[in-house]
Design a protein around this ligand. Sequence first.
Ligand SMILES: [Zn+2]
Length: 242
Amino acid sequence: MVVEVSRLEVLDDDWTRALAIVAHPDDLEYGASSAVARWTSEGRHVAYVLASRGEAGLGDVPPATAAALREDEQRRSASVVGVEQVTFLDHVDGAIEYGLALRRDLSRVIRRHRPELILTLNRHETWGGQSFNMADHRHVGLAVLDAARDAANRWIFPDLLEEEGLEPWGGVRLVCFSGSPHARHGVDVTGFLAAGIESLQAHRTYIEHVGTDPESWLREAAQAAGALLGCEHGVALEIVRP
Ligand SMILES: [Zn+2]
């Protein structure tokens, strides 16, 4: 990730409930989970929603086998940073479509969890360099923004109220994108990087498959964001107000 600014603003902390919504197991663990570790240690409530089970992410491992493995690893990973509620929406890994079905599923979880802050992953076409950001991340990131607004309007997806009893929720004040090249804000995670690293290491099968070194990758990113925030370790975030 390449951040364009020379200084990051500290993220507001006047909130108590967060919902993290991403496409795949491991999306939150490439940086953002260190911030989650800090937030849960401060007594804030954080829950995770995964649009897919990451079933296409283990090479030759068939999807049914991969889905079970990756779900298990995601639950362990969440637990490392103090998150016990993990929901999988079963959209198809690698083929997550932007559209009303996704917006409706995300509106449902937003109404159910009633978060003030939503954490998700970079929705832009690149990470700031030349490598292209895959469709699942772009589609989920955009749908999160739309669903944060949809969830507040009782006339959009009215059956969520009429059939499921889910009242509209207009309380989402901040949508935070990790991995964004347009980050302007950040969270000081000094003291929480080890938990973030452990949460990525919990994706053991996936890490073995991709062959990355979780510790050095996360440490470098946290040091770079920390330098822009004026602390040892940080997580850089792009903020959008829905
Ligand atoms: Zn992903």
